[in-house]
Design a protein around this ligand. Sequence first.
Ligand code: FES
Length: 246
Amino acid sequence: MEVLENRHVTGRDYILTVRVPLGTIERIKPGQFGMVQVRSSLQFDPLLRRPLGIFNVEGDRVSFLYRVYGRGTELLTKVSPGEEVEILMPLGNSIPENYDRYLFIAGGIGIGGLFLASRWFKERGKEVVFVYGERSSENLSGIEFLRKYGINSVVYTEDGSFGKKGLVTSELQSYEDFVWIACGPTPMMKAVKELAKELNVECYLSLDRRMACGVGACLGCTVKTVNGYKRCCVEGPVFKADEVIF
Ligand code: FES
């Protein structure tokens, strides 16, 4: 797919925007992801495939918000507009659509996997609140999109440099009558899961795993659940919170 933009946002975060083939946008469901293949001298090096949440869609364009963690994402930052990247999408299951009130809980780059879903449900008349937390204001990469699309949001920073001071989980008790959808670092996900259980709230977790194939063939992305091991790329990335064993 043709790269239209690959811009630095803030800190270690970038947004990759590509033009997608006809019919792709219509197939995307909230919470799905794409496997982005970064080219190298080893053309099919599986280590250079990265699962990235589909962050936004506009016209025939799809964007991915990503944070640089290793060789694959580092190489991805070098891709320029006009070049081609291979992307397999949309992949994975999606967020259930049968609720009226959605609370999205994103820790850090977890917003990359949830923003589009929040927009998607808002545009379909659902009540949506987005709770977004980061260490400090320097890392709030997704905030411009929450504003641009008018998503009702509450922002937390751990150092108090923007929004409310505290953790993203600080005031979740106020949203007992919403379904909770969370994506973020493991300690945050554990805390959300525990709180949801305590309050008897329906809760789903969008999990992030290293993936080699993205289509269920390699078993490299397994998630331990109360129903045995499941493949994050096919049975996930969205799991019921009470199903996941950390
Ligand atoms: Fe291969 Fe999930 S990434 S089975």
